[in-house]
Write a protein that binds this ligand. Structure first.
Ligand SMILES: [Mn+2]
Length: 220
């Protein structure tokens, strides 16, 4: 048993709590989802090192998935074959759905996690704030104002669709606020970086209640 240093004379005779056992199983999930429009596989390890393989057929989305892995310290393997001959919409959304399902599965009953996460990420002139809660209640508040219709070949309307899909299938509450930004690529990438760091914060194990579900109701 480890003990904490006493902080004052009045606290010296209080019972000392043991430090929580932080040996946690590695949180991982693999999800395959096939529809008439797409075939998507996502494998992820929340307790990872940021390794990423992303091959969705949508280069800009792959670039954003690398942000999630790298800044979230999540090992991520995403493969998608979709009906890109129509447009990127179905594939983009279904990658978001499958990623959300994998997050939901890897977190299980959410026992021990910090649950809330937030981050404010700059990318040059862009500044985007993300605040999220693995609440069990899907909600997206989306505040990006992207000035161009496309980044490369990627339709910037699909950013909202992607986050909505992740939110609905991971059962997360997500608020995204753009404080500054001129360049579309910068704005979107800052949002994904902030999202990644907020996920990292929210999924860390809270040593003070590592074996408890972080809700006053006892269930998420
Ligand atoms: Mn970039």
């Amino acid at each position: 048993m480890q003990t904490r240093a006493s902080r004052s004379d009045s606290q010296q005779n209080r019972p000392v709590s043991s430090v929580a056992n932080l040996e946690f199983p590695v949180r991982t999930a693999s999800v395959c989802r096939t529809t008439g429009e797409t075939d998507v596989q996502v494998s992820l390890t929340i307790d990872g090192q940021g390794d990423c393989k992303a091959n969705t057929g949508i280069p800009f989305l792959d670039h954003m998935l690398h942000q999630i892995a790298s800044h979230g310290l999540i090992d991520l393997d995403v493969r998608a074959k979709g009906d890109l001959e129509i447009d990127d919409h179905h594939t983009n959304e279904d990658v978001g759905i499958t990623l959300g399902m994998a997050l939901h599965q890897a977190l299980g009953d959410r026992k021990g996690i910090v649950r809330f996460g937030h981050f404010l990420a700059p990318l040059d002139e862009a500044l985007v704030q993300v605040c999220l809660d693995f609440s069990g209640r899907p909600h997206l508040s989306y505040g990006l104002e992207i000035p161009t219709q496309r980044v490369g070949t990627y339709d910037t309307q699909l950013v909202r669709e992607f986050f909505a899909a992740v939110v609905n299938h991971s059962q997360m509450t997500l608020h995204i606020r753009q404080l500054e930004g001129i360049n579309s690529h910068h704005i979107i990438e800052a949002a994904f970086k902030a999202f990644a760091r907020a996920i990292r914060m929210a999924t860390e194990v809270d040593p003070r209640r590592a074996h408890m579900i972080p809700s006053s109701k006892g269930v998420i």
